[in-house]
Design a protein around this ligand. Sequence first.
Ligand SMILES: CC(C)(COP(=O)(O)OP(=O)(O)OC[C@H]1O[C@@H](n2cnc3c(N)ncnc32)[C@H](O)[C@@H]1OP(=O)(O)O)[C@@H](O)C(=O)NCCC(=O)NCCS
Length: 149
Amino acid sequence: MWKELAEFHVDLGGPEHRLARGWKAEWRRFVRGHIGRKDRVCLVAEIDGVAIGFLVAAIPTRPKVFERRPYGHVYDVFVDAAHRSRGVGEALVNAALEWCRTRRVDRVELYTHARNEPGLRFWRRMGFETTSTSWIAESERLAGCESQP
Ligand SMILES: CC(C)(COP(=O)(O)OP(=O)(O)OC[C@H]1O[C@@H](n2cnc3c(N)ncnc32)[C@H](O)[C@@H]1OP(=O)(O)O)[C@@H](O)C(=O)NCCC(=O)NCCS
């Protein structure tokens, strides 16, 4: 499922999501690091023991210069296409928000690709709002920024 999510992001125009060789072992390590931890979580939605969706989130901490330091961050949420539009995504997000609440986190952040219309709609419906815009410069633009002698 995570491979599908990465490929979906590449299709949306995010080449940085292209998978490297050996990604499976790295991904496993990353997910395992989110199990059994107080500040990280990996939720799985199942039907008859078969995974049909997942969500990975964590509670990172901002630098000490800030008053409000811990916050929730949802890295990934994905539901298998055959099981969408039945409330599975909503259930995963609600469980993650509850997990954050029990850890006294009152703000949850995440990124969605600007071209991911269903994803944007989903987060709006879940009560999230856009607060920032990411800007990306591609290689041609960076080549034009080389320092002058
Ligand atoms: C975004 C995503 C996680 C949503 O998962 P989902 O299980 O389909 O989510 P839900 O079922 O809770 O909600 C999806 C839609 O189904 C509708 N729905 C939910 N239960 C329903 C039901 N019983 N009957 C009819 N419609 C229903 C919701 O109202 C919602 O409508 P909307 O598209 O207008 O918002 C899923 O589409 C996905 O994996 N997309 C690819 C990855 C992605 O974009 N991830 C999020 C961006 S970071």
